[in-house]
Unconditional design. Structure first.
Length: 370
């Protein structure tokens, strides 16, 4: 959007004796996307802009068209006319971006290169230092409000403890900005998003990916936890196809033999003996140890099931799958996925996060000390 403003593609335009401020011509923008290598062809450019429309980022100036047409029609960014919807997640992200820009532009910024355990980290700050700065700059009224803001930023993956071991506290613990707001992101990244709708069709999370009709010698998914209610679980195969062309859902292939059985369930009852809260997991001296697991997915997935939410837990593990080989066990709690703090998320959101990520999965789990 800012680049389009700088290039004068977004400007006030007159049509049928009426002036429309801050708008662009769809056909001109498609040309611009191709010319600036944001899209390889017109078809992809149209799909990209349709993605922005679907996410309520742009719209037709008179809202007469619900789709993006590669024609001489006027469209506008919702941020330019005040109609951009601000959900809680968006507000936290924009707040984090504002604080980041303010901090990096200061001469004596609290963001510095610091070292912990012989490892250097960029854009770091102490928790108490950030709280002092927030109060000094009038961003918050008191320390409690500052802690709440810091926790919201951490839970949304904007800041993080440098070794991802702590939540945000008013202390001398070292944190850094996990999101680099100044990294230029390519529009084509939007086309690699995976819709969570396909995930919600299954009663289980889709990490135990096995064929519906296993070939002789290959074992179907079974939980490590012996339980009379265990049933075979199947799901779609995770595809390595990430081409921009063809099916828009690039992460799945769905031949007839790889489908969700409508009633298949795996351990419908939780394997946890009792509910556990985030506060209990994170409290000092809690009887839990954090472990980092690196799971390299095989041809049909990673081989585990996540259930619950806030926090999620490992419900089941395929004994012969990659997750079991990496040390995953039932009843572990999912702390982070590929560096993103997830204790506050439900399993559907974690499903989407994992399925749209790389094949090599890095997870932090919290395991009860026996």
């Amino acid at each position: 959007r800012l680049r389009l403003h700088d290039g004068k593609l977004i400007k006030d335009r007159r049509y049928h004796l009426r002036t429309y401020p801050n708008c662009f011509v769809a056909k001109e923008l498609t040309d611009w996307l191709i010319g600036h290598k944001e899209a390889p062809d017109r078809e992809t450019g149209i799909r990209l802009m349709q993605k922005l429309m679907d996410h309520y980022i742009i719209h037709h100036v008179c809202d007469e068209h619900s789709d993006y047409k590669d024609a001489k029609l006027l469209y506008r960014f919702r941020k330019d006319d005040g109609t951009f919807p601000l959900s809680k997640d968006v507000k936290v992200f924009l707040r984090g971006q504002s604080l980041y820009e303010k901090l990096v532009s200061m001469e004596e910024s609290i963001l510095k290169v610091r070292e912990e355990n012989s490892v250097k980290y960029q854009r770091t700050f102490l928790g108490s230092e950030m709280i002092d700065w927030l109060i000094q700059e009038g961003e918050v009224e008191n320390r409690q409000e500052a802690v709440e803001l810091g926790r919201a930023l951490l839970e949304h993956g904007i800041i993080q403890h440098v070794s991802n071991r702590h939540h945000f506290f008013d202390s001398d613990i070292l944190y850094h900005f996990w999101v680099n707001f100044r990294r230029r992101r390519r529009l084509t990244e939007l086309l690699n998003e995976n819709s969570s709708r396909a995930l919600s069709e299954s009663p289980d999370s889709p990490f135990c990916l096995r064929k519906l009709n296993p070939e002789p010698g290959n074992s179907s998914f079974l939980s490590v936890q012996t339980n009379k209610e265990i049933k075979v679980v199947s799901a779609v195969r995770r595809s390595s196809i990430t081409s921009l062309s063809g099916n828009s859902n690039a992460y799945f292939s769905a031949p007839p033999t790889l489908v969700f059985p409508p009633v298949a369930e795996c351990n419908p009852k939780s394997v946890l003996k009792r509910p556990v809260t985030n506060e209990e997991l994170l409290s000092p001296g809690a009887p839990y140890v954090k472990k980092t697991l690196t799971i390299v997915g095989d041809a049909v997935g990673w081989g585990f099931v996540v259930r619950g939410g806030r926090p999620c837990h490992i419900q089941a593990v395929d004994p012969g799958g990659p997750a079991a080989a990496a040390g995953m066990k039932v009843c572990q709690f999912v702390f982070s996925v590929n560096g993103v703090y997830v204790l506050h998320l439900d399993y559907q959101t974690i499903s989407s996060l994992i399925m749209t990520g790389p094949r090599t999965l890095v997870m932090e789990v919290m395991e009860a000390i026996e």
